[in-house]
Design a protein around this ligand. Structure first.
Ligand SMILES: [Zn+2]
Length: 251
């Protein structure tokens, strides 16, 4: 009778172990999606920064081109005016102005090269970011698609486990089942643990020798005095019990 109860409690524990894993899976699955969404959001933001840079650089490029154009026109005008200049003083003034215009345009040409190089760099960066964003989009779509399936599978399995749970619970007297549920609601899984060589495998603390003797007798279901978990002697239950084979050992 005692062994049968212990064995059913161990079955219950195994079912609950799986339930804990499944519930964790159900909780985590949507988190993976939001994690991916967050990463995509971050990538989108960095793409936006690069696009802003590109816009700024393109504006710079246009400004330089128009300034170069304007000053080129001024230079041409000055050149043709030079022909008509009468005195030396005016001539020198115009020469200085033309020198200045040419110097400024040379500086702008250099700047244009720098801007063009930076534009190429940023375009490459944007391409890399877009590729990453695309890859992440594919990953996200796949994750979303499988999420519903995973949830459905996990929920179906949970229903199955609830049934097995109820079945295992029937073999256990109500007060003990209530104790089991009470511990389950208060302590971290597991609820029922083997005692191996006098040590509770729930809290890894040895139980008093008298309790261990009681436990080995196998008359009533005991709790660990330290962690309050239900305990059984490891020799009473085979390491991997299944309800069918345990049926015979219970007699
Ligand atoms: Zn303990």
């Amino acid at each position: 009778m005692y062994l049968k109860q212990i064995e059913q409690l161990v079955v219950l524990q195994k079912v609950d172990d799986e339930i804990v894993i499944l519930q964790d899976e159900l909780k985590r699955a949507p988190l993976q999606i939001s994690e991916l969404e967050k990463r995509r959001q971050e990538i989108e933001e960095s793409a936006e920064i690069v696009r802003d840079k590109l816009k700024y650089l393109t504006d710079q490029q246009k400004r330089l081109e128009s300034e170069i154009e304007t000053d080129s026109v001024r230079l041409k005008k000055s050149k043709s005016k030079m022909m008509m200049v009468g005195n030396t003083k005016e001539y020198h003034a115009m020469m200085r102005e033309m020198d200045n215009l040419e110097k400024q345009n040379r500086g702008r040409e250099e700047e244009k090269i720098t801007v063009a190089e930076e534009l190429a760099r940023q375009n490459l960066e944007l391409k890399t970011i877009d590729e990453r964003s695309g890859g992440l989009g594919v990953e996200l779509a796949a994750a979303r698609q499988s999420l519903d399936e995973r949830i459905a599978v996990a929920k179906a399995r949970l229903t199955e486990l609830e049934a097995r749970r109820a079945e295992a619970g029937q073999a256990v007297p109500k007060p003990i089942l209530q104790r089991y549920e009470f511990i389950r609601s208060r302590l971290k899984n597991p609820v029922i643990v083997p005692v191996n060589a006098g040590i509770c495998s729930g809290c890894h603390i040895s139980i008093p020798p008298q309790s261990f003797i009681e436990l080995q007798k196998g008359v009533q279901i005991l709790s660990c005095p330290n962690c309050q978990r239900l305990i059984y002697w490891s020799d009473h239950i085979a390491p991997e019990p299944t309800p069918e084979t345990e049926e015979t050992t219970a007699e």
